[in-house]
Design a binder for this molecule. Structure first.
Ligand code: NCD
Length: 313
């Protein structure tokens, strides 16, 4: 423990990336690198005998499995509700009761819900720290931590970079967390989307005025980008299916687009990908999205270790 003080993440809820200072994000990145290089035996002691609870009201592959494998890798175990139809939710149990009960069984909770505000509410009633694994179209803070960690690892810095964010900017929660996180750094942001999928204007209040520009075509900005972050169209969040049909397939990345970019450009995507990154891109050195998904395990292991252990950093 530094001067007797616990690490700044100890016992914390992770609801919004806006709740974290840049120095706290850097504590998480350093802990991730440390945990990645730790001998197996030492790593397994970080959460020995501790239990993680997962409550997922929406589908998940990477987030859920990376949290579970992360907890296992630091010596802990996980229990959870992955499909509400097989739990007491099906009998009519509400979210409040589910969170109160599960928080009494575990040491830390990870929650994914289709409603904005669900994670903040869960944190206010849970006995134990709550990690937001996606709250509607609002935020996905641990994905943004992972996105920044990947950028830092691959580019050696975050300050000074030009980051293009292309896709469904209206409904992608990962985009909001990433934008709030990037605005703690000195970055230029290029928002690229069809007009129908532009960023919700309320988010612009939280990002520095002079840091972003808006575009409808990647051609306008590809040559200046250091990072290109792509998201899928969030079909499930469209209030009107005909609106989805109008924008479906309206943007994509392929090799010919990347040939016009810097050779050191990196392409990221939170995954799952549908058709917005052509499979031909996968074999290019720019493609970092599978590495990004892989790094999620150690980043989440570091986060859990920090939340559970006052003297880990
Ligand atoms: C994202 C999500 O759930 O918001 N997935 C993830 O956690 N990596 C992105 C998406 O579903 O498009």
């Amino acid at each position: 423990m530094l001067g007797g003080l616990p690490n700044p993440l100890f016992g914390r809820d992770i609801v919004s990336i806006r709740d974290f200072r840049r120095s706290e994000l850097e504590t998480i990145f350093q802990a991730t690198t440390k945990i990645s290089n730790m001998p197996y035996k030492e790593r397994r002691q970080l959460a020995e005998g501790r239990l993680l609870g997962l409550i997922f009201y929406e589908p998940s592959s990477r987030t859920k499995l990376s949290f579970e494998s992360a907890m296992y890798s630091i010596g802990g175990s996980s229990i959870g509700i992955a499909d509400p139809s097989t739990s007491s939710v099906e009998k009519g149990e509400n979210f409040t009761d589910t969170v109160i009960v599960v928080s009494g069984y575990v040491d830390v909770l990870v929650i994914r819900h289709s409603r904005e505000g669900a994670a903040r509410y869960a944190a206010s009633i849970s006995e134990k720290p709550v990690i937001n694994a996606g709250s509607g179209a609002e935020e996905h803070p641990t994905q943004a931590m992972l996105d920044l960690y990947t950028i830092h690892r691959e580019k050696g810095r975050i300050d000074g970079l030009t980051v293009g964010i292309m896709g469904d900017l209206r409904y992608s929660r990962t985009v909001y967390s990433l934008l709030y996180a990037l605005s703690k750094y000195d970055t230029k942001i290029r928002l690229i989307s069809p007009p129908e999928l532009r960023l919700r204007s309320d988010a612009l209040l939280d990002i520095r005025k002079d840091s972003w520009t808006q575009h409808t075509s990647i051609d306008e900005v590809i040559s200046e980008l250091d990072v290109l972050y792509v998201t899928r169209i969030q079909k499930e969040r469209f209030p009107d299916p005909t609106e989805y049909q109008r924008v479906k397939g309206s943007y994509y990345v392929d090799t010919s687009i990347l040939e016009r970019g810097k050779s050191e450009l990196i392409v990221l995507h939170p995954l799952p990908r549908v058709d917005e990154i052509k499979p031909e891109v996968d074999r290019l050195p720019q493609a970092k999205y599978f590495l990004q998904a892989k790094l999620g395990k150690d980043l989440r292991a570091a986060l859990l270790a920090l939340i559970l252990n006052p003297d880990f950093e």
